[in-house]
Design a protein around this ligand. Structure first.
Ligand code: F3S
Length: 488
């Protein structure tokens, strides 16, 4: 085995693995599960690819740009090993959504790779590595010269449990908890259901057991994730013959049960709901969030559009009036809630009037957090075959229009915080996040460097920039405030 002496190849403790995790938080949890299993098998997980016997790239394949990024990382990892003579036997494994989605095509298109694994192989990563290392010969070609090995299985069904070996890659104080996997929605633009499979939920007991463990380890923020968090538990009874039939959300009590049980775990921590689909919100869910003080006053709810025509073409299972009413009910039922949403512009058939309607909705609603995507024409989706595809230039113009509008709103929202006393979670020296800021996607609160990292602190917001805030510890205030008070 070139690059790895025979004695080391048979001893897992001598095998060094480096992992690059791309894509979303769901993929990050998969990376954490792989690292957990590698460590359980006794392998060394190291940060620098240079000294690794095996490099794993855990890829994303949501839209064109994420595929390009993933391929870029794979090719760079291959080039880098070519430059390192001493470890010319280094193996390259591609995992994750791109590997799952293009299981047939990739082995031919990326012969540099030694092995491809799919989403259901994350728990088998250690024996797979041993198998890959056992194939001697030129990196990428395999001993038999037969090209990359592929371990991908079709139709992902895997879901982790509370005792699944996992090594968290997030800072100590914050954790992602994958409560479900897969998606049953028929959105015409999205490839993820084809990659991640049908929705399957964990049990309430399994999630609560994991949460208890995380809180006991000092975690201050549980970020609940899945493809559709509000569908949690509904898959066990979802027998709709036609996926276009709206789901009766009142029947799904699992998420509210889960939130109430998580809220009752002793300790000071936030529970954050990410990726909620608007179709499954219920009044009971709104009431539950309002009553559970540990559930952050923050909701991530991708709406994608507001125009009836676009929602229908996207098959979002919601309409404009429903969305407007839901936003009103959430805002009035959960005082102080910060709403994050995302929209897609440039969907096939979108007209200037649709964009006008979207802009009016954004202007009226003043979402606290908002992201805009340019529609990406993804092979294998129904929208990709629709007439009326919008040019890249036009998508860009529409994207800039909505983003410019949101920039003004974000500045307004941030300015409203000035003078308020807030609880923040200190991320690193001098940088914190508020209740309305999810990790990685939202703004920051710049605080005193003295505040302890990984702990909550009370601060007074003293200034705002577009998306970020500046704060002083509770009880302190800027000199100009004192002067202004004395002058008045
Ligand atoms: Fe990408 Fe897969 Fe997440 S496609 S966005 S890594 S679910």
């Amino acid at each position: 085995m070139p690059g790895l002496p025979a004695r080391r190849a048979h001893d897992p403790a001598m095998i060094k693995v480096s992992l690059i995790s791309l894509g979303c938080a769901k993929n990050l949890v998969d990376s954490e599960i792989m690292v957990g299993h590698l460590r359980q098998a006794g392998m060394q997980v190291i940060p620098d690819a240079e000294n690794a016997d095996v490099v794993i790239v855990n890829t994303c394949s949501f839209i064109d740009s994420s595929k390009e990024e993933s391929i870029g990382h794979v090719l760079r990892a291959h080039e880098d090993r070519g430059l390192r003579r001493r470890r010319s036997g280094q193996k390259l494994i591609v995992a994750g959504c791109m590997s799952q989605r293009f299981a047939k095509e990739l082995p031919g298109e990326l012969p540099e790779v030694d092995a491809f694994i799919g989403l259901d192989q994350v728990t088998r990563i250690a024996p797979i590595i041993e198998q890959v290392l056992a194939r001697s010969g030129k990196a990428g070609a395999g001993a038999e010269g037969g090209g990359p090995a592929t371990f991908v299985t079709p139709r992902s069904t895997y879901i982790p449990d509370y005792d699944t070996p996992r090594f968290r890659l997030t800072p100590r104080h914050t954790a992602y908890v994958k409560i479900a996997e897969g998606c049953n929605h028929p959105c015409t633009f999205c490839i993820i259901p084809q990659i991640r499979g049908r929705h399957r939920s964990r049990t309430v007991e399994s999630v609560v057991a994991e949460a208890r463990q995380l809180v006991s380890e000092g975690v201050r923020e549980l970020n609940l994730i899945s493809q559709d968090t509000t569908f949690f538990g509904m898959d066990t009874w979802d027998q709709r013959p036609n996926p276009r039939t709206p789901v009766d959300s009142s029947r799904g009590a699992a998420l509210t049960t889960l939130l109430r049980q998580l809220n009752s775990i002793p300790g000071d921590f936030w529970i954050r709901l990410l990726y909620t689909h608007p179709a499954h919100w219920s009044d009971e869910l709104i009431r539950t969030i309002a009553e559970c003080r540990k559930v952050a006053r923050y909701v991530d709810m991708p709406l994608q559009h507001i125009s009836e025509r676009m929602l229908c073409a996207m098959q979002r299972e919601t309409g404009g009036d429903y969305i407007r009413d839901l936003v009103r009910r959430i805002r009035s039922g959960i005082p102080g809630i910060a709403l994050r949403t995302t929209f897609i512009v440039g969907f096939p058939g979108e007209t200037e009037a649709d964009v006008d309607e979207l802009c009016s909705f954004v202007r009226e609603t003043k979402f606290e957090r908002l992201g805009v995507f340019r529609y990406s024409q993804e092979d294998g989706t129904r929208a990709a075959r629709m007439a009326g595809q919008v040019s890249a230039g036009e998508k860009d113009r529409r994207w800039r229009r909505v983003m410019a509008l949101q920039r003004e709103i974000a500045a307004e929202v941030s300015a409203r915080s000035v003078g308020r006393l807030c609880k923040v979670l200190v991320e690193e020296p001098g940088v914190a996040r508020g209740e309305a800021d999810a990790p990685d996607i939202d703004g920051r609160v710049y605080v005193s460097r003295e505040l302890p990292v990984g702990e909550f602190a009370k601060v007074t917001i003293t200034r705002s920039r577009e998306y970020d805030l500046l704060a002083l510890p509770e009880g302190e205030e800027p000199a100009e405030w004192k002067t202004a008070r004395m002058a008045s």
